[in-house]
Ligand binder design. Structure first.
Ligand code: SF4
Length: 428
């Protein structure tokens, strides 16, 4: 049923060059995606606002029982609109909608409510989705989907390699500088509006791996910490109080599962629904094709990584899905659902025994699939050290960081005893 506050984004608005604002979540991925969408004729801008006013504004325009990521997104939009930088009569907002039960589908109504409260209900809110809502001025075409997927693949590859290099780099900042440069160059290529051949994409994957492998490093053992959780608080540095920066400052190597896995999860679920409920008959072939394409692409990138460097390869997605077995059904797909549990099992399987589970305070689905699975995980993997951190507007940063420090203290103690025992074995 169509939202009663629905305002369509028309072809006329596109022609007039309306600015389309998009909330930020993952720097590299979203910068690449911005260039892709621009090359399709949309004047899109990914917001890079930061500071406490974002959540303060979110609190002003949403009910205080709305979930933290929802408040954050509303805050980012309303903060931008109130800044005076944009003409509200020539601005539209865009939000992704997965069609599931979590905020990724329901934010749009909250954003429209906030606009109404601010007297700006005439601003269109575009749903970026496979057919959840239709806007005559914005079309999700096949080339746009493919180019966005390539932006995400590049983003995941860059993020994964940068995270592996950063704790060992000799010249501090090398990995970040390379990330910045590659994002710019690959974004320009994707945004040039030409059809990019797959051979060129493969060449770029190899080039990315090679560039990161050339960064001078000093081999050092760092405690590996995986980050899982609700997608927004997991990735958004603004929402998680710069969790990754904090862990790296404390000497850890952060392993962040890629965005590609989340997209595979969405497609996997859509296909699963067909079997479980007989739904998605019309879109099922598209979901299946996209799922296969993403799984193949992930394997292809992983092969390029392992064949051309000493960096860690990636676990194939069907294997990750299989890891949920014995813990949770793959029919549990509200929020991050079974993927959250499966990612923790996968991290443990690759030797990353310390895990931060980042979740919005009061987010029931993610508490069930994250915190709720901890006991079972510990029973089956006694060496896993998991800490669940809640994020919300009133959560104390000091408290969050103290809990992380405690987790790192235990992690370092175990890590040192393992290294010590290994050395003793070598001497013997
Ligand atoms: S599942 Fe969690 S993140 Fe999603 S809308 Fe509910 S509370 Fe928010």
């Amino acid at each position: 049923m169509q939202d009663k506050h629905f305002v369509p984004f028309t072809k006329e608005m596109k022609k007039q060059g309306y600015t389309i604002l998009v909330p930020n979540m993952l720097g590299t991925h979203f910068k690449l995606a911005e260039k892709v969408v621009r090359s399709h004729g949309y004047n899109v801008e990914v917001l890079d606002t930061s500071g406490p006013q974002v959540i303060e504004t979110g609190l002003r325009y949403t009910h205080n029982d709305a979930c933290y990521p929802a408040m954050f997104v509303v805050g980012q939009f309303m903060d931008a609109l109130n800044s005076g930088k944009y003409d509200p009569h020539k601005t539209a907002l865009m939000m992704y909608q997965t069609g599931g039960g979590c905020r990724a589908s329901n934010y749009i109504s909250l954003i429209r409510k906030a606009l109404k409260k601010a007297g700006m209900e005439y601003i269109p809110v575009i749903s970026f989705s496979l057919g959840v809502e239709k806007h005559p001025g914005f079309k999700v075409t096949v080339p746009l989907i493919y180019e966005l997927l390539y932006a995400i693949f590049y983003g995941d590859l860059i993020m994964s390699l940068a995270n592996e290099v950063r704790p060992c780099e000799i010249n501090i900042g090398d990995a970040d500088r390379l990330t910045e440069r590659l994002t710019q160059e690959l974004g320009d290529e994707l945004g040039a509006g030409k059809n990019i051949r797959h051979s060129q994409i493969r060449k770029n994957y190899r080039m990315i791996v090679q560039k990161f492998a050339e960064i001078p490093i000093v081999k050092r053992d760092a405690v590996k910490v995986g980050v899982v959780g609700e997608i927004f608080v997991k990735y958004s540095a603004l929402a998680n109080n710069h969790l990754q920066r904090f862990l790296e400052k404390e000497g850890a190597e952060v392993i962040m599962p890629g965005l590609m896995d989340f997209l595979c999860y969405c497609m996997f679920n859509a296909c699963e629904d067909r079997g479980l409920f007989g739904s998605n008959a019309y879109l099922y072939p598209i979901y299946k094709m996209l799922y296969k394409f993403m799984c193949r692409s992930k394997d292809e990138i992983s092969k390029i990584i392992t064949e051309n460097s000493d960096f860690r390869g990636w676990t194939p997605f069907p294997e990750i899905a299989g890891m949920a077995e014995g813990y949770i059904s793959t029919g549990v797909k509200m929020g991050e659902g079974w993927l959250l549990t499966a990612e923790m099992v996968e991290l443990s399987s690759i030797g990353c025994k310390n895990i931060v589970c980042a979740q919005p305070f009061g987010c029931l689905p993610n508490h069930i699939c994250g915190k709720g699975m901890m006991q079972r995980l510990n029973e089956k993997n006694p060496d896993v050290n998991i800490v669940a951190i809640d994020y919300d507007a009133s959560a104390s940063r000091v408290n969050q960081e103290n809990r992380l420090k405690l987790m790192l203290f235990n992690a370092n103690r175990v890590f040192k005893s393992v290294v010590h025992n290994d050395n003793d074995d070598m001497v013997a």
